[in-house]
Write a protein that binds this ligand. Structure first.
Ligand SMILES: [Zn+2]
Length: 446
């Protein structure tokens, strides 16, 4: 029986002593092989025992059927000559974790591919403990690759993203060629970026970087020049389109206010409380104006989305705005045309499209759009250079959206490092492996 349990739970270097049922869980008593006992969790060397008395601990492991399963063992504290007193390491779990390795790998895999509620429901763990699990799994994966994970990176994008309702910032670095996140850290500013450029990259890696994209910040330009002398600095396409999206949202708010006021003015004032009397209802014109105001209010997501991703209902909403001759529709068209600049076949076509766009935007009589037009005009050469270097906005946009969704998922985490770990697991190409796909020491079946 013990051998079967050892095989089911894929326990390497471990002896199963006992098994019992407690409530709705199975508790399996285990101990490490003699050769694996009394080891420091940090360096793995065999150490002297600090104090012999210890209480049994439990580690949650993969479920057996529908029952939760725990491993139970009483670890001792060891005194490492280098690291001091620590609880001994056990072969089935990462240091300081109350979950086993296979269980953590499984939860981290779920967190990467499933929604928050699915993970919590399927794995039966609190969402905030998923953060710690992601951190440990990510640290393990990162240790395995070392600094080689930045090898061959040629074109990077540097960006900030906010969380906790804009109170805190994260710095993210994406690889334009692979379309994935390669580094993230808490904070935004010179110090954080310097940590990446100076401490994380080797000299060869810094020299191999050819293009750096970012928003207009000047200090980024200075830092990039200092640390990556061969890199060319260009404007990040994502920011250009996001200016236009912001302007579009402001125009939508203005239009909605105007439409709401018009609808209210057209509705006759009610004489008293209760339902309107016969002949006292709002006239047709007022109803139409109220509907228009409602359509504008509900058009937010349709406006921000790209033309190719619109649903039928959103298309209908835009058609309604178009037939009403709304300013909002014209602003949306201009946003789409700006995105089209980035899809141009070559630099010449992009230049023609951008110049045409600048001309139309300058005369569109929508103040918010004119503001964006001025910004874009100032950075025209930068924008065209990013197009000639073939940096696709679609890819930058998709990775930025993925980052935003993941940051929202990580709201329940108490620790920012855990959020960064989840972000890296979901958006970089360091992916956790399911326990049964890993090449670990196989456990003999008998
Ligand atoms: Zn040690």
């Amino acid at each position: 029986m013990n051998k079967i349990l050892r095989f089911i739970l894929a326990l390497a270097e471990t002896v199963v002593n006992s098994a019992r049922i407690e409530g709705d869980s199975i508790v399996v008593g285990v101990r490490p092989y003699k050769s694996r006992r009394r080891r420091c969790p940090l360096c793995g060397c065999v150490c002297g025992v600090h104090d012999g008395r210890s209480t049994p601990r439990r580690w949650r492991t993969l479920d057996i059927g529908a029952s939760k399963c725990y491993l139970e063992y009483a670890p001792v504290r060891v005194r490492c000559p280098k690291h001091g007193v620590h609880v001994e390491s056990v072969p089935w779990a990462r240091p300081k974790s109350r979950f086993t390795r296979p269980f953590e790998d499984w939860v981290a895999w779920m967190a990467v591919y499933c929604t928050m509620s699915a993970v919590a429901e399927a794995c039966r763990v609190e969402w905030h403990s998923v953060g710690g699990i992601c951190k440990r799994v990510f640290d393990d994966l990162q240790q395995a690759t070392g600094s080689a994970r930045f090898d061959g990176v040629r074109r990077i994008g540097i960006d900030e993203t906010s969380y906790k309702r804009g109170h805190k910032y994260l710095t993210v670095v994406v690889d334009h060629d692979r379309g994935c996140l390669i580094w993230a850290a808490e904070g935004w500013g010179k110090e954080v970026l310097r940590r990446f450029l100076r401490d994380e990259l080797t000299r060869e890696q810094r020299l191999s970087i050819e293009v750096v994209t970012a928003d207009g910040c000047r200090w980024i330009k200075t830092l990039v020049k200092r640390w990556c002398p061969r890199a060319e600095w260009v404007m990040d396409p994502f920011h250009v389109v996001s200016w236009m999206n912001d302007a579009l949202d402001s125009v939508r708010c203005e239009e909605w206010q105007v439409a709401k006021k018009a609808a209210r003015a057209a509705t006759p004032r009610r004489k008293g409380p209760g339902r309107p009397a016969a002949g006292d209802e709002a006239p047709q014109a007022a109803k139409r104006l109220a509907d228009e105001a409602k359509a504008i209010k509900g058009s937010r997501f349709a406006l921000v989305k790209g033309r190719e991703n619109l649903t039928e209902r959103q298309k209908a909403k835009l058609d309604q705005l178009k037939s009403a001759g709304s300013r909002l529709f014209r602003a949306w068209e201009l946003k789409e045309d700006l995105r089209a600049v980035y899809r141009a076949k070559d630099a010449a076509e992009a230049e023609a499209l951008l110049d045409d766009w600048l001309h139309r935007a300058a005369y569109c009589k929508i103040p918010k759009v004119v503001e964006v037009e001025k910004k874009v005009r100032r950075r025209r050469d930068d924008i065209l250079r990013s197009i000639s270097l073939n940096i696709s906005n679609a890819r930058v946009e998709s990775i930025n959206n993925k980052i935003k969704v993941t940051v929202k998922m990580g709201y329940g985490f108490r620790n920012t490092d855990n959020l960064v770990a989840l972000l890296m697991l979901r958006c970089s190409d360091t992916k956790p492996q399911l326990p049964w796909k890993q090449k670990t020491k196989t456990v003999k079946a008998a």
